[in-house]
Design a binder for this molecule. Structure first.
Ligand SMILES: Nc1ncnc2c1ncn2[C@@H]1O[C@H](COP(=O)(O)OP(=O)(O)O)[C@@H](O)[C@H]1O
Ligand SMILES: [Mg+2]
Length: 277
């Protein structure tokens, strides 16, 4: 009999064994919460900005890190047009807007310049933003993640202490597939999933009728299936879109708006997980 065995050699096995990563907290911050979805255009940035402002509205010190290197939204959504300063040539000072400390790759490049970067450069940009930004005494830093399950997600999951992730999705089938992939990725990387948000859940017309444009109940179903918390539904609302485009998110502009109230409710659920009173 042939004694040849298949498989990989011992030294090679050693190289492929899972690595132990040291996860460092972002300096100057207590808790890091990532807002993620495996799909683009489902409302991550809109939610992240409003969530950060909702945390601020309940008296917390908050920062937002826009980690969407290829498609930064923060400069437009928070209406920031100037560049951050570096006082000692080492650390970047975050830009304060509406009482929130902000940082985005979009501050450093022209609005219409495409970021044509390979993975290692994305990783290094994220490391700069988490290690070289002078975040000042924050209770929470909200990280607006890029879509997908790529380099940025891996860098955060393996090298940074992320205290929890909120997954956001629209309820349509094609988005839900990505949600499942996202859940599995964070579970695998041992990043706690705080819960799922159903965005663009329905549209309510002037006569009060609800239209489930992207389908109904999909995100809640996935949450149940994967035993994750379901945090709430945010309907399609024109004011939410307009205020983002204007650069003053709805929770800041009109905290009593029905949509602001929904986001503040979700925010309180999250806050309770971290700061017990
Ligand atoms: N609930 C909502 N109602 C209306 N418009 C929304 C809602 N959520 C997001 N949008 C809009 O949808 C677009 C995509 O949202 P965005 O937050 O940029 O998504 P992502 O960050 O996931 O790519 C934006 O124009 C935003 O204003
Ligand atoms: Mg975005």
């Amino acid at each position: 009999m042939d004694k040849k065995t298949s498989g990989v050699s011992e030294p090679f096995m050693g190289n492929t064994a899972p690595k132990n990563f040291t996860k460092n907290p972002i300096k100057g911050t207590r808790f890091t919460i990532a807002v993620s979805s495996a799909k683009g255009g489902v409302g991550k940035s809109t939610f992240a900005m409003n969530f950060a402002l909702a945390l601020k509205s309940i008296g917390l010190k908050v920062g937002i890190l826009d980690a969407d290197i290829y498609g930064p939204s923060l400069p437009k959504m928070m209406s920031i047009k100037h560049k951050p300063e570096s006082k000692d040539g080492k650390g970047l000072v975050p830009i304060e807007k509406y009482g929130i400390q902000c940082m985005s790759i979009g501050f450093l490049v022209d609005e219409e310049t495409p970021m044509i970067w390979r993975g290692p450069m994305v990783t290094s940009a994220i490391k700069t933003f988490t290690e070289k930004v002078l975040w000042n005494n924050l209770d929470f830093i909200v990280v607006d993640m890029p879509p997908g399950t790529g380099d940025a997600q891996l860098t955060f999951a393996q090298q940074i202490k992320v205290d929890g992730v909120i997954i956001i999705s629209t309820p349509q089938e094609i988005a839900l597939l990505d949600v499942k992939r996202g859940i599995k990725m964070f579970d695998k990387l041992k990043v706690p999933i705080l819960g799922l948000v159903d965005n663009m859940s329905f549209f309510q017309s002037d006569d009060g009728k609800n239209y489930s444009i992207f389908g109904e109940g999909g995100v809640e179903k996935v949450a149940k299936e994967y035993k994750k918390e379901f945090l709430g539904k945010i309907p399609i609302n024109i004011d939410l879109r307009v205020t983002s485009d204007e650069g003053k998110p709805l929770v800041e502009k009109d905290p009593n708006h029905e949509i602001s109230k929904i986001i503040i409710e979700i925010t309180k659920k999250i806050e309770k997980l971290f700061l017990k009173k």
